[in-house]
Design a protein around this ligand. Structure first.
Ligand SMILES: C[S@@+](CC[C@H](N)C(=O)[O-])C[C@H]1O[C@@H](n2cnc3c(N)ncnc32)[C@H](O)[C@@H]1O
Length: 206
């Protein structure tokens, strides 16, 4: 098996195993998701089409957004998607790899991806930023949680092997801009001794 496929198998099996340990069915809207929504919701209108890449079990992000928007979630963990369909019945969910899922161009007003790109092999990140650009309508927004430091490797996570792969903030910002998106703001989101970077970007008007 090639290294990228092997890494993805570790992530998919890992989230199948730790789905419930990672997030309870009834998890409240709390930091950092409330912070992400503070940035995003003023940019959304009722009925907007929102894509959640690496949506997990749909809680809390898809659940909150689906109260006023038409949400599609994509995740390649079958357990996460099965839970998302039950927990957020008003949204649509697709079990697929975000690097290869087929979605129409310019079909979303907003795209969110929280803590998912950090599990995608690094060599695929730039192509995914380009896919985000393609899937957004001109003027649409992306809220992406990416790495704040360079690191790739496998470690135990909640009792299962897990793979991470990410670059630091400056490289992510450059790759996002190179994909054709305009970075509007970015913010360090602490988590224990480390943290991630939230990036809010927009596809320029045609
Ligand atoms: C840390 S969880 C985050 C879930 C959710 N976004 C949240 O913030 O609660 C990462 C999720 O990304 C998914 N994921 C990782 N790589 C993926 C890929 N290449 N395609 C689709 N989903 C992926 C995993 O299966 C997992 O459910």
């Amino acid at each position: 098996m090639d290294p990228a496929a092997d890494a993805k198998r570790i992530v998919r099996k890992g989230y199948d195993a730790v789905s419930h340990a990672y997030r309870a069915d009834d998890a409240a809207l709390a930091f950092p998701y409330d912070r992400f929504l503070e940035h995003l919701t003023p940019l959304l209108r009722a009925g907007d089409r929102v894509l959640d890449l690496g949506c997990g079990c749909g809680v809390p992000m898809a659940r909150e957004l689906a109260q006023s928007c038409d949400v599609t979630g994509v995740d390649f963990s079958a357990v996460q998607i099965e839970r998302a369909r039950a927990l957020v019945p008003t949204a649509s969910f697709v079990c697929a790899d975000m690097a290869s899922v087929d979605l129409p161009a310019a079909s979303f007003d907003a795209i969110v991806s929280c803590y998912a790109l950090i599990h995608v092999p690094l060599e695929e990140h730039r192509a995914i930023f380009s896919r985000v650009h393609t899937w957004l309508r001109p003027g649409g927004h992306a809220l992406l949680v990416v790495g704040s430091q360079t690191w790739s490797g496998v470690e135990d996570y909640l009792g299962a092997p897990m793979f991470w792969s990410h670059e630091g903030t400056e490289t992510n910002l450059r790759w996002i801009e190179e994909a054709g998106l305009t970075v509007l703001t970015h913010e360090f989101i602490p988590e224990g001794d480390v943290g991630h970077t939230m990036v809010l970007a927009r596809r320029p008007q045609a």
